[in-house]
Design a protein around this ligand. Structure first.
Ligand SMILES: N[C@@H](CCC(=O)N[C@@H](CS)C(=O)NCC(=O)O)C(=O)O
Length: 193
């Protein structure tokens, strides 16, 4: 399969890390969102959403949305709990990541690091909601190694992607000591420390 991804994007790195951990073979097609590579006619024909990541299978099928891709890749692996309730809890984190974490933590980072916006010029709602997301993660990781307990799941992979670089958006990770320790554990499990 081909993975279309931009190496600066946490959403894309989730897919790479999951494939690497599971030993899934792929060709990485670097797709620069800053220069509009995901908005060409050719790319839009494959993924009408005009975003990365996307995967193109050898049989021509395509799949987009980072958390949909990693869920498909990890089907049947230890990264997805067998128990239905635990699996639903993992999905709770995945949906929360896309609606209540990524739109703030990742967007702040993109605006500061890649668009050059001063942290002081960030929209207050982005900063407040980003801090709230980090606080929630800090509370969730106070008494457990990974978000669902003892074992790494897709919840950790999805959420570590932008949390580990939250500093680049002006957030102070040191204010969330449980998060700092959780990031180190997830990075070690993924071999990306
Ligand atoms: N919900 C999507 C978000 C994808 C997304 O926002 N991709 C960004 C890079 S992180 C992108 O492709 N931006 C370029 C554009 O929209 O033109 C996912 O999780 O895959």
């Amino acid at each position: 399969m081909k993975i279309f991804g931009d190496s600066i994007s946490g959403n894309c790195l989730k897919v790479k890390w999951t494939a690497d951990l599971l030993g899934i073979a792929y060709d990485w097609i670097e797709t620069n969102v800053l220069t509009g590579d995901s908005r060409t006619q050719e790319y839009l024909a494959m993924n009408p959403a005009g975003q990365v990541p996307a995967v193109l299978l050898d049989d021509g099928r395509t799949l987009a949305q980072s958390n949909a891709i990693i869920t498909w890749m990890a089907e049947g692996s230890a990264l997805i709990p067998v128990d239905a309730f635990d699996r639903a809890k993992m999905n709770e984190w995945l949906f929360w990541e896309q609606y209540s974490h990524e739109p703030y933590v990742a967007v702040a980072r993109f605006q500061v690091r890649y668009l050059g916006k001063p942290v002081s010029a960030l929209e207050p709602k982005i900063v407040e909601r980003g801090k709230a997301a980090l606080q929630r993660l800090d509370e969730a990781s106070v008494d457990r190694d990974f978000l669902l307990g003892d074992a790494l799941t897709l919840a950790d992979i999805a959420l570590v992607a932008y949390t580990r670089v939250a500093d680049e958006g002006g957030f102070v990770l040191g204010d969330y000591p449980n998060v700092v320790r959780w990031i180190a554990r997830v990075e070690a499990a993924l071999g990306i420390a």
